[in-house]
Design a protein around this ligand. Structure first.
Ligand code: NAD
Length: 737
């Protein structure tokens, strides 16, 4: 047996249980870990010579959370009754934490227990913090890198090892929202201010402080408020005047934020509400039932798979070509470095410690890039995220120029000049003179084929697409595009670069609009087309939001600008000629652009905006030109049109070989354009729906609305064979088999 928890007792009789999962830099909870921890607790409580316990970690941090495969394991091991397996597994976890919390005290008198201190050296997430919450006093090291919180809600579950019940009972339902509902990870000082941590001490005094407390604690110090007589829920229990306000408000807030699309926040609130009316142990049982309910919902499994497991796998290089040595970037040149995207790429590169050369048409244009980067750094400075020194250090990495000779020594160049093939050809040719044979050249184009652009470069094997999303410093996805001749070193370079700047990559083959834009454009087109059919814009927008899309299609066009949409439509038409499918929304967009309603940037678009740029309702001039139809469609039909416009493109991208890995299709969709995160992505959503049901819907849509909804042959075949995308295509499952 490998030792995960080290157990020792010192001369004063204080037992230390130190977590140290072998072979990992960060502790995560495993089934074996739970068993060992349980045994350590039994040993300490059963040994008369032990006066109390310090629970700590032998690593720099306490824990990153639960190994999420445990939950899948509990489910699988229960055979025909996975819910029972999960519920019992979760209840065992509750029993363990509760044993620690009661620490052997007499159930009636609350006397005779052993004090348990939590000595947390750094980050504690998920079950890491939940373990701390079960202890009697929490000490955290004054570690500037430490982040503490319960991020479970971000992957579609909630803190189900007592976190929901303990935090809400410590802080009240309202004050616990940042931890439970928003999943915020915070610096120790903030967690202490909120009331979840008792003491912050210098790192080298952490163990001593915890031990000293254990030795001095009295019986009354170790009784949790909810185990003492007369306990009342802070902020009010449900049936109190204050509680009425809190819970009615919370329910409205959750439904407003999630639009009903996410099951976990509702289940969390139900667990807190119901739990607040009963004793603590019953509350834990209620929490376990809701937690099981959420784990049984396919949404949580799909979210964990895409937003946790597969996102991490892609970030760690799951699709990196084998055998290519480390290609990390030391010096990056950015063509068009004074522009909106170029400066953003410069910022994220410098933040990662990479030397940056911003090149633009002239010195003035290039200096704009430095101005943009300085602006972002100043904002961070104001928010105390960085120091003056750090700012100076980052700016010291950035230079601006209009001289191509300054690109000398760059091992990567990212081109982000105007979206014009002529301009791109000119700058590519000018740059290549200064670049050595090992350099890689990348284009940030959103619409031009990489294979064509590569012909401008001396070595098309070393040419690749690195497509950022806007704004670069906020958007997590980077789409890497392989042209026909792109070689493995270029792919490895792009992936290593994306890893350096801490974003998530997907690698796709070259085709019109690559992957993300290929899927999002039909969504916008479908939404705008509905306006021309007289469908109420409010119905269109709300139907989209209730699907879990972050923005309705009309708001999305406003944000990205109508003239950009018009430009893309025109370019597509020119490229496709007769093959361009007639789009009734084109005249609508042309008219809006002619009216000067270019979207948010013009303070006028599908929506009206006030003088300060705040979005108001739908612009009332729209109905004058496109009157509402007397009969409005069912919301489900609107949702099917909006969702299938996107997912059918994802399936076609897989069929065409543009997508090479379904994990990238799902992760890319959520991070790239916010596709219904609760579903785990378009392919996960089709698996939840079932291929058979999906085909039924697309056949009906095709009949009613035309060939843009034609069922892809792959989907039909899968329906016939009863297959799922993850059953048939999951590389992770194949690797494990
Ligand atoms: P932008 O107009 O803000 O920036 C372009 C920059 O290129 C300007 O600073 C301009 O001076 C410079 N430039 C133009 N001609 C040049 C030349 N001959 N030599 C040197 N510099 C020159 O445009 P942007 O929005 O940053 O877009 C840049 C690229 O990024 C385009 O290919 C675009 O398709 C792509 N892109 C844009 C977005 C977006 O949301 N804006 C998203 C993804 C990709």
């Amino acid at each position: 047996m490998t030792e995960i928890f080290h157990y020792s007792v010192d001369a004063d009789g204080v037992a230390t249980i130190a977590w140290d999962l072998p072979g990992r830099s960060m502790n995560v909870m495993t089934l074996e870990g739970l068993e060992q921890l349980d045994a350590c607790i039994d040993k300490a409580l059963g040994d008369e010579a032990v006066k109390g316990i310090v629970l700590t970690s032998a690593k720099a941090d306490f824990a990153g959370g639960m190994d999420l495969n445990i939950l899948a394991g509990m489910k699988a091991s229960a055979g025909d009754d996975p819910a029972k397996g999960l519920f019992e597994g979760v209840m065992q976890m509750h029993a363990l934490l509760r044993k620690l919390e009661r620490a052997g005290m007499d159930p009636k008198t609350n006397k005779g227990g052993k004090p348990v201190a939590w000595a947390c050296p750094g980050t504690a997430a998920g079950i890491g913090l939940e373990l701390g919450l079960a202890c009697h006093r929490r000490f955290v090291a004054d570690n500037p890198k430490a982040k503490i919180g319960l991020p479970e809600i971000m992957v579609g579950i909630f803190p189900g090892a007592g976190g929901a019940t303990r935090v809400s009972r410590m802080l009240g339902a309202m004050a616990s929202a940042p931890f439970l509902l928003e999943g915020k990870m915070m610096a120790p000082a903030k967690v202490k201010a909120a009331g979840l941590v008792d003491e912050i001490v210098p790192a080298d005094e952490l163990q001593a402080a915890a031990k000293a407390w254990v030795l001095s604690a009295k019986d009354a110090d170790i009784v949790k408020p909810w185990d003492a007589k007369g306990w009342k829920m802070p902020g009010g229990a449900p049936y109190s005047p204050q509680g009425f306000e809190t819970f009615v408000g919370a329910s409205a807030m959750i439904n407003g934020k999630t639009q009903g699309a996410y099951p976990a926040p509702k289940a969390l609130l139900a667990a807190i509400y119901e739990g607040a009316m009963v004793d603590f142990d019953t509350a834990l049982r209620i929490e376990a039932r809701w937690f099981t309910n959420i784990l049984m919902n396919p949404s949580s499994g799909a979210m964990i798979r895409s937003l946790f497991l597969n996102k991490e796998a892609l970030e760690k290089g799951a699709v990196r070509p084998a055998g290519v040595p480390d290609m990390r970037v030391k010096k990056v040149g950015i063509l068009g470095g004074g522009g909106f995207m170029g400066a953003g790429i410069g910022y994220v590169s410098a933040m990662a410690g990479i030397e940056v050369v911003l090149l633009d048409r002239d010195a003035e244009a290039a200096a704009k890039g430095v101005g943009f980067i300085t602006g972002l750094l100043d904002e961070s400075l104001k928010k105390k995220r960085i120091t003056e020194d750090k700012k100076a250090g980052i700016l010291g990495l950035v230079s601006a120029t209009s001289d191509y000779a300054d690109l000398k020594g760059c091992d990567l160049v990212v081109e982000a000049v105007f979206e014009d093939p002529g301009v791109k050809a000119t700058v590519t040719k000018a740059a290549q003179e200064a670049l050595g044979p090992d350099a890689i050249f990348a284009s940030n184009t959103s619409t031009l084929p990489i294979t064509d652009l590569a012909e401008n470069y001396k070595d098309p094997e070393r040419f690749i697409g690195i497509h950022f999303f806007s704004p670069v410093h906020k958007m997590m996805l980077v789409e890497i595009i392989k042209g026909k001749k792109t070689g493995d070193e270029a792919v490895a370079k792009a992936l290593d670069f994306v890893r350096q700047i801490r974003k998530t990559p997907i690698v796709v083959n070259d085709a019109r609009f690559f992957y993300a834009n290929r899927c999002i454009i039909p969504y916008i087109n479908e939404g705008t087309r509905m306006v021309t059919e007289g469908i109420n814009p409010a119905l269109i927008e709300n139907a989209a939001k209730q699907l879990g899309m972050p923005l309705g299609p009309l708001q999305l066009v406003d944000e990205t600008a109508l003239d950009l949409g018009q430009k893309i439509a025109k370019a597509t038409k020119a490229a496709l000629g007769d093959a361009y499918p007639e789009n009734p929304a084109d005249p609508l967009i042309d008219w809006m652009v002619a009216e000067g309603r270019l979207g948010r940037k013009a303070n006028a678009g599908f929506y009206a905006y006030d003088d300060k740029g705040k979005r108001q309702g739908i612009w009332d001039g729209l109905a004058a030109k496109y009157p509402l139809a007397e009969e409005q469609p069912d919301v489900t039909e609107v949702q099917h049109r909006l969702a299938f416009a996107q997912v059918l493109e994802a399936v076609r991208a897989l069929e065409d070989g543009v997508l090479m890995d379904i994990r990238e299709g799902d992760v890319g969709a959520i991070l790239g354009w916010g596709f219904m995160p609760w579903s785990g992505g378009p392919l996960s959503w089709l698996d939840i729906l079932g291929a058979g049901k999906a085909v039924e819907i697309t056949d009906a849509l095709t009949e009613k609305f035309g060939p843009r909804f034609t069922t892809p042959a792959l989907l039909r075949e899968m329906a016939q064979k009863g297959e799922t995308f993850y059953g048939r295509f999951d590389p992770a499952a194949k690797a494990a088999a």
